[in-house]
Design a protein around this ligand. Structure first.
Ligand code: CP
Ligand code: NVA
Length: 306
């Protein structure tokens, strides 16, 4: 079997995506019934994280443990990647020690270099460009709360960032409408957008949040300044102020709209307290679904029959 890296959602064919989502739903149900299958007994997951994390770290760690394996976490101070040693050297060492790696880093090139030099599967646990694990969990959440993904309208209100890029790739695979509303100058990467459009995805970018959320089945938002952009936070707050997901904006969508946020949230900035705590919010389902989606993803990457 060819090594299965997941650097972006492009690494999953439509059939693979369906397989992962279906296994995630099964694992979630089994866990709810108190049944856990040790599908990855004895396997070791290495986590190399150059940025902070609550959800990603906790869900990979608990997920691998529940599957019967073990984990090794290496934070930025331990590895000092790019300073103490190169990503290529780091991954060739870790490939001798673990069976699979989850890497959270800055440049996409770093995770790509680790996949190229490593002999074990590498999963992108967030880079500046993509966050595939998040959007996998989000698709699972939509499937649960809407019964389907196909045919839905998802409005992303905020920055054309890593999470938005992974949504664009998801829209290349699954036929749903994806409309992103952002201030001028904060559009998603032109190459990623063009490739989604030329691949036939039903996607659009607007500068009008009300237009984006009209008739939406889901409204998604994320922080205005991502990790690594802290110095721009003040300027971004001014540019993004009209793009806040608040009660007024939510009232323009379908009455049963799901409000989604990958967390961590800056309440009072990209989303109000009232909305994140309100009846439309599914944010903690999304957070929990990181666990089920990543368990399924690790099983898929390692080619284990479930
Ligand atoms: N949503 C998400 O990836 O959260 P963390 O940054 O806490 O892992
Ligand atoms: N766009 C955010 C997502 C955090 C989970 C960031 O990269 O910081």
């Amino acid at each position: 079997m060819k090594k299965r890296d997941v650097l972006t959602l492009r690494d999953l064919a439509r059939a693979d995506l369906d397989e992962v989502l279906s296994l995630a739903a099964t694992l979630k149900q089994e866990r709810g019934e108190g049944r856990q299958r040790p599908l990855l007994a004895g396997r070791k997951l290495g986590m190399v994280f150059q940025k902070p994390s609550l959800r990603t770290r906790a869900t990979f760690d608990i997920g691998m443990t529940e599957l019967g394996g073990s984990t090794l976490f290496l934070g930025p101070d331990e590895v000092q990647m790019g300073e103490r040693e190169t990503p290529a050297d780091c991954v060739r060492v870790l490939s001798r020690l673990v069976d699979i790696l989850a890497v959270r880093t800055f440049a996409q090139d770093i995770v790509a270099e680790m996949a190229r030099y490593g002999s074990v599967p590498v999963i992108n646990a967030l880079s500046d460009l993509y966050h595939p694990c998040q959007v996998l969990a989000d698709l699972l959440t939509l499937q649960e709360c809407k019964g389907r993904i196909e045919g839905l309208k998802v409005a992303f209100v905020g920055d054309g960032n890593n999470v938005a890029h992974s949504w664009l790739l998801a829209a290349e695979k699954v036929p749903f409408r994806f409309v992103l509303a952002c201030p001028e100058g904060f559009e998603p990467d032109g190459g990623i957008l063009d490739s989604a459009v030329s691949g036939g995805a039903d996607v659009a970018v607007t500068h009008n949040p009300a237009e984006a959320v009209s008739d939406a089945d889901a409204i998604y938002t994320d922080v205005w300044a991502s990790m690594g952009q802290e110095a721009e936070a003040g300027d971004r707050r001014r540019s993004f102020a009209p793009f806040q997901v608040n009660g007024e904006l939510v009232s323009r969508a379908k009455d049963d709209v799901a409000v989604m946020h990958c967390l961590p949230a800056h309440r009072g900035e990209e989303i109000t307290d009232e909305v994140i705590e309100g009846r439309h919010s599914v944010v903690f389902d999304q957070a929990e679904n990181r666990l089920h989606a990543q368990k399924a993803l690790m099983v898929w990457c390692l080619g284990v029959a479930a």
